[in-house]
Design a binder for this molecule. Structure first.
Ligand code: BGC
Length: 254
């Protein structure tokens, strides 16, 4: 049995989308990626999302569609814009996408989507208690799941650590920009995760984002009370979680 949804993951540099097999929790076909337009204004991004969708469906739209944004998303409205055009702050994102695509969509934070994917199909399956997922990429995305329920819009990438802005100090982008060795980067992650551990006493950390493919370079260097696992769905988690939430929202509407 298969059930196909469709997910779109919007990032500062690329907009990626694919049909998702929601029974298996994996992409049903190869994904399409189009560079994020610059400036990444709402209308320009929505047109690019339409181009991604039309690669699969022509002018028809899938019946359920989930879209992630690198922003706080509250009831279809984007409330922040850390790595995307500031025009998204307080923008009615759901309306813009629905009008451009001609169909109902659900919009959610990118790290929240990744957490939903890991919860249903990946590293968070069968774990209880408080799970904190972080995505280390251009910024630091974060999501909290408590006993299988997502608490949306945790913005733990913006906590201050030793008077520094967490994501500007410990995101994967910074490791590359500052040419940090893995041990040097791991020291920053040690401070970052110890701070989260002190503040939240989680039961499990999951590390996602592109850097999770190199987890063996830095996870063994961390000393934490809390178990810490690499994400299983890697950079597909956003698309898969978006599609999952799209299907849930469609079911709730019908
Ligand atoms: C944003 C988050 C987002 C994360 C990853 C942060 O700068 O504030 O909302 O989840 O980047 O894209």
């Amino acid at each position: 049995m298969t059930e196909i949804g469709f997910g779109i993951d919007i990032g500062g540099s690329g907009i990626k989308g694919a049909p998702v097999d929601l029974v298996a929790g994996k992409l049903a076909t190869k994904r399409v990626r189009i560079p994020t337009p610059q400036p990444s204004t709402p209308q320009a991004v929505a047109e690019t999302v339409k181009d991604v969708v039309s690669e699969f469906f022509g002018s028809q739209c899938p019946s359920s569609l989930g879209i992630t944004m690198p922003c706080v998303v509250h009831d279809g409205v984007t409330r922040s814009a850390a790595n995307i055009d500031p025009a998204w702050v307080n923008h009615r994102a759901r309306d813009t996408f629905s009008e451009t695509l001609g169909t109902e969509v659900v919009v959610l934070n990118d790290a929240d989507a990744a957490a939903l994917a890991e919860l249903h199909y990946g590293a968070a399956q069968n774990h209880q208690g408080l799970i904190i997922l972080t995505t280390l990429g251009t910024g630091i995305g974060s999501a909290m799941i408590y006993n299988g329920v997502l608490i949306p819009n945790a913005e733990l990438g913006h906590i201050e650590i030793d008077s520094r802005h967490g994501e500007d100090w410990a995101a994967a982008r910074v490791r590359v920009e500052e040419s940090l060795s893995w041990p040097d980067y791991a020291q920053r992650l040690q401070r970052y995760y110890s701070t989260l551990e002190f503040l939240f006493s989680p039961d499990l950390f999951i590390v996602g984002g592109g850097v999770s493919k190199d987890a063996d370079q830095f996870l063994p260097l961390l000393t934490l009370e809390t178990p810490i696992l690499p994400a299983l769905l890697r950079n597909q988690a956003g698309i898969i979680g978006a599609a999952w939430q799209g299907r849930e929202s469609l079911a709730a509407r019908s």
